[in-house]
Ligand binder design. Structure first.
Ligand SMILES: [Zn+2]
Length: 377
């Protein structure tokens, strides 16, 4: 089996779990955050910088690489690891989420999804078999089954039909997967905000014995307390000896609450996206560096951060770069935000080790200025 989950210990205070995911390209300490490299690059960061901040795994998007440059080119290059010069683990999504969120004129059939490219309008088609062919060509360590992510809110009957189709598609993905010996295929539990559908989805998928399970269809606009409720009844349905991945979640509060509920892996474009418009996450909360009050502030972005940005540059300098549209400013805020979340997850792992994750969460929330679950990042 390409991927193996090693359980280390459970936090006696919170129930969170500490573990390791073994992959063909190295070990991932969990719970972990995965920076997103949509187009085979984490925007503005080199692989060396990602290693320097100790990212264990990155995510890349099947839909984007399928459109451009095409998986044939990546395969010719020797796979995605070689193409982008990243020798640590890579997870690729299935393309499903982007087909549903980015493309136009999509038509869902039992066979797959017809859609138009958001780049040039070309007519394209992705099915479970095509999603496997693309990801087998990319050569990621962890691939995702092709699923449909229903919108929120959605009618119960629609979510039911969609969730059942996602289970049928998962079975087709398993059958079409050509490299199970060196690529692990994870299934995605759907079911919207409906308990019976979530549990049915988890039962259908776990009966097929995938090497890992994701929870999809969350962080799609629902209130956070609803997301935590879904986790509360879905996670216990997943096997304890396989990794659990909560898709598209990356705000500090959700990383903490997700870890407490037994999640091992998270990804989100949030830290890199907000960095590009000058919003940073710091130990005392969000900081919008372009604000005039930082014009003469020669201290670091976050005095409690040890990252490259905070060790070498001031708020005033970063503000100046961003105001002047200098790319280096975006590199500095991106570096810091990613480092901040990776450090948060190192702290989470340490707190699990010492059975004090609830205490850690409470003091983090207080310093960050969060006092209820719906405040967002
Ligand atoms: Zn920093």
């Amino acid at each position: 089996m390409a991927v193996k989950y090693e359980f280390i210990k459970e936090c006696k205070q919170s129930g969170a779990r500490l573990g390791r995911v073994h992959t063909p390209h190295g070990i991932i300490d969990t719970p972990t955050f995965m920076p997103v490299g949509t187009q085979a690059t984490v925007k503005t960061m080199s692989p060396e910088e990602l290693k320097d901040m100790d990212a264990h795994i990155i995510l890349s998007n099947t839909y984007h690489l399928f459109l451009r440059p095409g998986h044939g080119i990546v395969k010719q290059a020797g796979g995605l690891h070689k193409f982008m010069n990243w020798d640590r683990p890579i997870l690729t999504d299935s393309g499903g989420f982007q087909v549903f969120s980015l493309s136009e004129m999509r038509k869902i059939t039992e066979e797959g999804v017809h859609f138009r490219s958001h780049l040039n309008g070309d007519k394209l088609f992705i099915s479970p078999e095509v999603a496997m062919e693309i990801q087998n060509a990319l050569g990621s360590d962890i691939m995702m089954a092709f699923d449909e992510c229903p919108p929120y809110p959605a009618e119960y009957e629609y979510v039911k039909q969609s969730t059942e189709r996602t289970s049928r598609w998962a079975e087709r993905c398993l059958a079409a997967h050509a490299r199970p010996q060196d690529q692990a295929l994870f299934a995605i539990v759907q079911g919207g905000m409906h308990k019976d559908l979530r549990i049915q989805s988890a039962k259908d998928l776990t009966s097929m014995d995938f090497p890992g399970y994701a929870i999809g269809g969350l962080s799609v606009g629902e209130p956070k307390h609803l997301m935590y409720e879904v986790l509360d009844y879905t996670v216990p349905e997943l096997p304890a000896d396989k990794p659990r991945y909560l898709m598209g979640v990356g705000s500090p509060d959700a990383l903490l609450e997700g870890s407490i509920r037994g999640i091992d892996m998270f990804d989100c474009v949030l830290p890199t996206r907000i960095a590009r418009n000058g919003t940073t996450m710091t130990s005392s909360g969000r900081l919008v560096i372009k604000n005039a009050k930082f014009t003469e502030d020669f201290g670091p972005l976050d005095p409690n951060c040890s990252c490259y940005t905070c060790r070498n540059y001031s708020r005033a300098y970063i503000r100046h770069l961003l105001k002047a549209d200098e790319t280096f400013g975006i590199r500095l805020t991106t570096y810091h935000n990613l480092h901040f979340l990776l450090q948060l997850m190192r702290d989470v792992r340490q707190a699990i080790m010492e059975d004090r994750l609830l205490d850690f969460r409470d003091s983090f929330f207080e310093a960050y200025g969060l006092n209820d679950n719906d405040k967002g990042f």
